[in-house]
Write a protein that binds this ligand. Structure first.
Ligand SMILES: [Zn+2]
Length: 187
């Protein structure tokens, strides 16, 4: 089993777990506003303003945020803030669908001749094989969005793997699951 948050490292390399968690938590705070995005400010995430604006700057060739002007100063503004990160996740996964209740997301690589199953929403993709043996025993990147913290991934009816899911809102869990399954490279 892997930490579902690691799925975001492909998009935001070198960032801490806490940073990734903050970016993800903002996914539900993003709103499109015709040419730019509004991200609601949250004092619990260290924000000093009620909202931040994020837009693509043609001149700078990158996404910029009003916090680069107000809070970071020009030196740190070379990085990516979690407001921009949330907008990039929003653009990749759509608005965080709001559903009541707790959800959990678990990610793992499972060897299985057929598509693995689990209780919950299963996202799965075959990992590209490197040898004939790999094709004979396909491995899957599997992400499960479940209502219970303990997630059992089944292969052909038998439990192939049990994983502890990470608690998240439904929208966050779905985004992490999609990020994970889309992730490339050797699993
Ligand atoms: Zn920002």
């Amino acid at each position: 089993m892997e930490d579902p948050l690691d799925a975001l490292r492909r998009r935001f390399p070198g960032k801490s777990k806490a940073w990734l968690r903050r970016a993800l938590a903002r996914l539900g705070d993003v709103e499109e506003a015709g040419g730019y995005y509004i991200v609601k400010g949250r004092p619990d995430l260290g924000d000093r303003y009620p909202q931040y604006h994020v837009w693509w700057s043609e001149a700078e060739g990158r996404w910029v945020c009003t916090c680069y002007l107000t809070e970071w100063g020009p030196r740190r503004a070379r990085g990516v803030c979690t407001h921009v990160a949330a907008v990039l996740l929003y653009r990749a996964h759509g608005s965080a669908e709001r559903r009541e209740g707790r959800y959990y997301v678990a990610t793992a690589v499972v060897e299985c001749p057929e598509r693995p199953e689990a209780d919950g929403e299963v996202y799965a993709r075959v990992v590209a094989g490197r040898s004939i043996a790999d094709y004979a025993r396909p491995r899957w990147r599997v992400a499960v969005v479940a209502k219970t913290p303990r997630v059992a991934v089944r292969c052909g009816g038998a439990v192939a793997l049990e994983a502890e899911g990470m608690e998240a809102t439904y929208g966050e869990a779905k985004a992490l699951a999609e990020e994970y399954v889309a992730g490339g490279g050797p699993a």
